[in-house]
Design a protein around this ligand. Sequence first.
Ligand SMILES: NC(=O)c1ccc[n+]([C@@H]2O[C@H](COP(=O)([O-])OP(=O)(O)OC[C@H]3O[C@@H](n4cnc5c(N)ncnc54)[C@H](O)[C@@H]3O)[C@@H](O)[C@H]2O)c1
Length: 205
Amino acid sequence: MVSPRTIGVGLVGYGQMGRIHTLAYRTIPLYYEPAPLIPKLVGVCDNNQSRAEVGRIQGGYEFACDDAMKLIERKDIDLICVCTPNKLHYPVVKAALEGENLKVVRAADGEEAVRLTRQVRPAAVILDLLMPKVDGISALLRLRADPVTRSTPVLMISGMPGKDAARLAGAYGAVKFIAKPFQLLDLLQTVEDMLAGAAPVAGNV
Ligand SMILES: NC(=O)c1ccc[n+]([C@@H]2O[C@H](COP(=O)([O-])OP(=O)(O)OC[C@H]3O[C@@H](n4cnc5c(N)ncnc54)[C@H](O)[C@@H]3O)[C@@H](O)[C@H]2O)c1
């Protein structure tokens, strides 16, 4: 029998979701026969260093740290699971995209996203369905209505459960959709596909 490949896991934020996800990674091999991938818990990060240390001991990670960059830098970590409060997700996503030599420009809300897209003319745009001031669909409509931004590919992200969010995003012209929670590797692959001009398919529809 061929041994399943291991996948190195780094986890950021050892709070409630961090513990639940750790439990899931540890028990996945019990549910699949044969398991397609075996998670290897490499590093746990929490800005509360003693909580990270608890994660290392309880969760069985090889090392604990209080700086997510230490996970991103590691070649033996294939997947980074971000379990921090919502407002802290951006720096991790930004670092991952910049690791692929992509320049990232951040908008604070949907209104600014539309304005910056017009101004900066990025190769691709990532929107969330729920954003302050102007929601994702309204921002998308504005981008599609403007000749300057009409053909800029848009990836829509949403934590809304079910398939409706993906259908909605696809119907209004997003070329890709990713449901939250997502894996950074999926995000990077999706962005890469968008930039490579992959056929317009709403990802998870
Ligand atoms: N708790 C739930 O039932 C639930 C369900 C679905 C989604 N979520 C989402 O999961 C995420 C985490 O929620 P939670 O309930 O686990 O929160 P939590 O407060 O229990 O845990 C967050 C952890 O992140 C750590 N942290 C904060 N800033 C950090 C940083 N800069 N670097 C590293 N670690 C940092 C905190 O010290 C804490 O240990 C949120 O986005 C939340 O919306 C939570």
